[in-house]
Write a protein that binds this ligand. Sequence first.
Ligand SMILES: Cc1cc2nc3c(=O)[nH]c(=O)nc-3n(C[C@H](O)[C@H](O)[C@H](O)COP(=O)(O)OP(=O)(O)OC[C@H]3O[C@@H](n4cnc5c(N)ncnc54)[C@H](O)[C@@H]3O)c2cc1C
Length: 461
Amino acid sequence: MTTEIKDLDSTTIEAFAAQLRGSLVTSKDAGYNETRKVYNAMIDKRPGLFAMCVDVADVMASVNFARDNGVLCAVRGGGHNGGGLGLCDGGLVIDLSGLKFIRVDTANNTVRVGGGNLWGEVDHATHPFGLAVPAGIISSTGVGGLTLGGGVGHLSRKYGLTIDNLLEADMVLADGSFVTVNKNQHPDLFWAIRGGGGNFGIVTSFKFQAHPVKTVIGGPTLWPIERIEEIMAWYHEFIQQAPEELNGFITTMIIPGPPFPDSLHNKQFCGIVWCYVGDPAHFDTLFQAVRDKAPIFEHIGEMPYPMIQSMFDGMLPHGLQWYWRADFFTELGPEVRAQHLKFGSSIPTPLSQMHLYPITGAASRVGKEETPWAYRDAKYAGVIVGVDPNPANANKITDWCKAYWEALHPYSSGGAYSNFMMDEGQERVQASYKHNYNRLVAIKRTYDPSNVFRVNQNIKP
Ligand SMILES: Cc1cc2nc3c(=O)[nH]c(=O)nc-3n(C[C@H](O)[C@H](O)[C@H](O)COP(=O)(O)OP(=O)(O)OC[C@H]3O[C@@H](n4cnc5c(N)ncnc54)[C@H](O)[C@@H]3O)c2cc1C
């Protein structure tokens, strides 16, 4: 049975508060409505209590409080999750935003990061040393959620997913104990957290392998949406044989406004966003194949790595309405391309878009059972997002997103990247972990048999 925070007496809450160095935020506090906001403004959950943790001891006390009182708990890292899985109604939110620290070890090219850091903070800290950790493409995304689900981005082809660069994690488990996991200590847990999400405990610190990345050459190229079938067919062949230094994810999108030229505004495009981490001297020769496809617009240049990592931040600030759907794809055959033309030509709002991220190169060389991330042989992690500032458009963006997904799903590999899903039920979670699901269940039974950590893409014990 689940107890709501409102059903607990004040002495229980006071005793909890006394154990924390961080603060509690209740529904009666002035800051409550601000505190319950997450990145996706479509999420409107009303937690009973927030524990604003500032150290590992706070996290341990919070887990013990939730478990002992039978209170539902959610864990919030960066708060970016599409389905709002960093919040829960009526229960306790264990907020990690005060758990931030970054230490770059230049002797070993590794980085130690707090459980509540954001990726922009990590990029800022590693950049002066000419280092980067593979992550996602928006700098305000949390390290916690992105890493535990997998981590796809500009460096995936060259250096793998974020989980392929995770060396160690400190965790608070469901019984309140603290463990360090790596390939030698608790190897089963270390396996499970490289894709299995927040199911197994709360990570209070991550240790990553970083790589020599200082400046990159990148940016978008655009073609009119009418050319998407031809461009997508060409891209499918090109990106698989291109040197791994070059990454490019393909999109259907609208150019919403500046900094793009006026002539492009509010038109629908097939875009590819490139990021090259190889020798700049070789770029133009390699990129000639793209230029031969005569993009209508090209904005490619050399820039510091943190710049490409935050290139789309301004376009996608906190507080927009988001509806997400996702699947992995192996082929982009004629039927698939026809659907991209159809739905790419009817994008409902300027910020709604579809992305296909290549899972080739280093990301595809990790075995399908080496981590829970089962679709290493899929060629793309696809995501469709309906996005708009106006809540009145919520149905419009949701309907387009669902219809686009339904048209493509029959051609998909069957499951989706868990970080690109909202709350889609147990069958989808199972399909997404595929052959690795039963092993995840066994580990869940060992470390969280009563499913304390269930506000996530849940592996049921
Ligand atoms: C604009 C935008 C762009 C994105 N781009 C990318 C991308 O390029 N590549 C990519 O791979 N993904 C991307 N994502 C998806 C992103 O990986 C997920 O939304 C992820 O869940 C965000 O993590 P978070 O910590 O910010 O989220 P939260 O909402 O805080 O948490 C998400 C889940 O992770 C759990 N969690 C978070 N931190 C911890 C922790 N320290 N310990 C245990 N559990 C934890 C939470 O309990 C919850 O279940 C993007 C999302 C958005 C909104």
